[in-house]
Design a protein around this ligand. Sequence first.
Ligand code: ZN
Length: 157
Amino acid sequence: MVSLTYTLKVEGNVVDQTDTKNPLHFLYGVGQMIPGFERQLEGLKTGDNYEFSVTAEEGYGNIIPEDIVEIPKETFMEDGKLIPELVLGGIIHMQDNHGNRLRGEVREIKENSVIMDFNHPLADKTLHFTGTIVSVREAEAEEIAHGHVHGEGGHHH
Ligand code: ZN
């Protein structure tokens, strides 16, 4: 079980950040985190600072052209009106034919259709992480079975 702080920068801009009051707690090695992040944390101890970059291949992957799709505009109608989220750059949560939840960004609004991009917003990006290891301890068997952290910063049940 690892607790750490991190600052995630992409192209020089801070995208996500935690501080020592609200560190991130996670189970190491169970696939909760992106592979390149866990791999480069290996061997670090409590109190260590870290700084490394994660390529898109080991991060959120590359942009998949097939995940940019044209959808009929009537899909975005509710009660006979277009939903307010339908603006350029708007984020819309949808479902595919298998019931999977998808997060899409509006790329282009045409007369009768909309171009939606369902790629991860950090796809194709190199991720730059800095932070400090707050604590490391062995995960309890129950945490491993549940796949999440118990206690401080985790689930209470
Ligand atoms: Zn649990």
